[in-house]
Design a protein around this ligand. Structure first.
Ligand code: GRG
Length: 301
């Protein structure tokens, strides 16, 4: 399949900015401004619209661009991208709570439980999840069986075999020394499910072949593993640089703690190289997702 490659890194960054703005606009419509006394709706909106990287929506929308060669994002694509970002935001509400990471800062702002209270953080998270599933179940312009598959993808990524399991592993196993494969297993569970759900949703929407689907899953898994290592490496930077607490991994068994930052960076490169190979095998080796990998490699970490 011949893909129109954005000419330059500058063009790619412009595409990313446009997609982020479209996602934020649509998120703002799904989560309208509420009166301050409606603390749940306010927390849902503030926490989701706070300046995050929007990596999961971008993955979905860039995969669609590569598979469909569409210049503008479809309503269905944008809505599913919003659903993914809402699940991600819901997970951050919980991840930051005192019973989990006990964080003070997220996306450059006080964490949701510090702004609104722990009750609102839990309830807002549950409400965001409910709304995300409702959005996925109402995706316009596709047949009912495909919609069902999209909801199932999101549910599997979120539930007891996905994010929830990964977080539990991280909380319970992360406190003791573990071999590399055990750390990678936790990372695969807690960070990869929304990455794979993003590309698989796009592949479903675009009617991709089974082979493309398999390679996109492989791509998203490798990218998710690289992303988690970059996240761990960023724990050594300052809160001003990363917009969240730093030093939270002290005493935790991460790849960085086990092997040191240099070896962790080497692992990032290896994951990204495998991700790139999956794109080539999916016949989209010269598209937007490939540009996204270059963008990652160029990022300071
Ligand atoms: C599904 C509601 C729900 C909960 C499941 C709490 C939890 C259980 C899972 C949390 C999993 C978690 C926080 C994984 C870490 C993944 C990660 C690298 C988060 C940071 O993502 P970025 O860098 O953040 O994309 P921004 O702020 O840029 O969106």
């Amino acid at each position: 399949m011949a893909i129109a490659l954005p000419d330059t890194q500058h063009d790619f960054e412009a595409t990313v900015s446009t997609l982020r703005a479209q996602v934020d606009e649509r998120l703002g419509q799904w989560l309208p401004l509420a009166p301050p006394q409606d603390a749940i709706a306010t927390a849902m909106r503030e926490g989701t619209l706070a300046p995050g990287k929007r990596v999961r929506p971008l993955l979905l929308l860039l995969t669609l661009k590569d598979l469909q060669q569409e210049t503008t994002a479809s309503d269905a694509g944008l809505d599913l991208a919003c659903a993914l970002e809402m699940v991600h935001a819901a997970s951050l509400f919980l991840d930051d709570m005192p019973c989990m990471d006990n964080a003070e800062l997220r996306r450059g702002r006080p964490t949701i439980h510090r702004q609104f209270g722990e009750d609102v953080a839990v309830l807002g998270s549950v409400a965001l999840l409910s709304q995300a599933f409702s959005i996925a179940a109402s995706t316009a312009g596709i047949d009912a069986p495909t919609r069902n598959q999209l909801v199932r993808l999101l549910s599997q990524a979120t539930g007891a075999q996905g994010l929830v399991r990964g977080q539990f592993h991280d909380l319970r196993e992360g406190q003791r020394a573990r071999p590399l494969e055990a750390i990678a297993h936790t990372n695969r569970l807690k960070t990869c499910p929304l990455f794979t759900a993003a590309v698989e949703s796009a592949a479903l929407l675009a009617g991709a072949s089974a082979s493309q689907m398999r390679h996109l899953t492989g791509f998203a898994t490798e990218l998710g593993l690289a992303f988690q290592l970059l996240d761990d490496l960023s724990d050594g930077l300052s809160p001003q640089q990363i917009g969240k607490d730093s030093g939270k991994d002290a005493g935790k068994s991460t790849v960085v703690a086990l092997l040191g930052p240099e070896a962790a960076r080497q692992h990032v490169e290896e994951h990204l190289a495998r991700a790139e190979q999956h794109l080539i095998d999916a016949d989209i080796g010269d598209g937007h997702l490939a540009q996204l990998l270059e963008y990652f490699c160029a990022r300071p970490h």
